[in-house]
Design a protein around this ligand. Structure first.
Ligand code: GTQ
Length: 355
């Protein structure tokens, strides 16, 4: 750590004269860089975010209590926010990312709206509910990934007999930092159906895309695919684990792709899954991305900076930028993660340090 002081040290007389200068500058909103330079331009990332872990059942208890007290329609979104202890009052799990657990009870609808924030839903519990994106429903199963990219209409409904709970991952703090937030509600609670459920996935989810001739040429949406089922990603991850050696720093890992670009699922959020074989221990890695993880299967341990957490299914942990991180699998450990890596890559800032 650098001291917040110019070097070589100042004489007392000089310090007193400088303080007089600052006193006159302050009312004019003028400040001396040399007093703050070392805090502004640091040798390594200095984040206010800290490592943290939430146990699913703990959060679920509060969410179900909220479910007794407020309807999805009244709340618009009935969500318990996971707030980073280092970012109090910011509704942020990292300086760039938001996380919350959303509950939709049987028979409820969370009304249709759209906003400039991009969102992903990772289904933690229940099946048979849906998110409709621009009027096409994606029916959820446990551990599916569903996207609602920015400015797409979305409503959520639960026609099943069980509560549904998912992890909401959004770029709310990033869009706030850019002062680029817009949001609006649709007059109707649910968007009128535009496509039968699953039709987008059939057209874009299998390495194919629709083709038409001449003036009929179809406009491909920026993110055509918005449903990545557990059955598919887990089969791919298992196949990868059979055919490849695990990466020493992250284990077996697969990134979710936007088929339109071959890049991250959304402009501001990257998502991937990992598999660490039983007994596998990673080496230590730091990266500038900040990440939210949830455990899908198995048990183990993670060291994040100076913290160590035991892991069991559906635990959620946050890894701040540049925190040295090491994972250990006691049994086959499967993880889902979303991160701000894609933002940093676009800005040519992304870095990793692997030991
Ligand atoms: O489902 O649209 O957790 O707009 C926060 C803001 C969920 C949503 C959140 C949102 C949503």
């Amino acid at each position: 750590m650098h001291e917040n002081q110019p070097h070589p040290p100042l004489a007392n007389e000089q310090r007193a004269q400088l303080e007089t200068l600052y006193d006159e500058m302050r009312p004019r909103h003028l400040y001396p860089l040399w007093e703050v330079l070392s805090a502004l331009v640091t040798p390594e990332p200095q984040t206010r975010a800290v490592p943290a872990k939430w146990s699913y059942n703990d959060v679920r208890g509060y969410l179900m209590r909220a479910g007794d007290l407020i309807s999805a329609e009244q709340a618009e979104r009935r969500v318990v926010i996971l707030e980073n202890p280092g970012l109090p009052g910011e509704s942020a799990i990292t300086p760039r990312l938001y996380a919350g657990l959303q509950l939709v009870l049987p028979g409820e609808i969370a009304p249709c709206h759209r906003h400039s924030q991009s969102a992903l839903r990772f289904i933690m519990e229940g099946d048979g509910a849906y998110t409709a994106v621009d009027g096409e429903k994606a029916f959820m199963k446990q551990f599916d990934l569903i996207l609602t990219p920015n400015w797409r209409w979305h409503d959520h409904g639960n026609p099943s007999a069980n509560p549904i709970i998912w992890l909401d991952g959004l770029d709310i703090p990033t869009i706030r930092a850019l002062d680029a937030q817009f949001a609006e509600r649709l007059d109707e609670t649910s968007h009128p159906e535009t496509e039968p459920p699953g039709s987008t996935r059939a057209k874009f989810g299998r390495g194919l895309r629709p083709l038409k001739a001449g003036s009929q040429r179809q406009e491909i949406p920026r993110e055509p695919l918005f449903h990545y089922p557990y059955a598919e990603w887990s089969a791919s991850l298992d196949a990868l684990a059979l055919s490849d050696a695990p990466d020493p720093h992250i284990g077996h890992a697969l990134e979710f792709l936007n088929p339109s670009t071959g890049g991250a699922v959304m402009p501001t959020i990257s998502a991937h899954v990992r598999l660490l074989p039983a007994g596998f221990e990673t080496r230590t890695r730091r990266s500038t991305e900040s990440a939210v993880f949830t455990v899908i299967e198995g048990s183990g341990e993670v060291e994040i900076g100076d913290q160590t957490y035991q892991l069991s299914p559906r635990d959620m942990v946050v890894v701040p930028s540049w925190a040295a991180t090491r994972w250990r699998a006691d049994s086959k450990l499967v993880l889902f993660a979303y991160t701000d890596r894609v933002i940093q890559e676009k800005l040519c800032l992304y870095r990793e340090f692997c030991t």
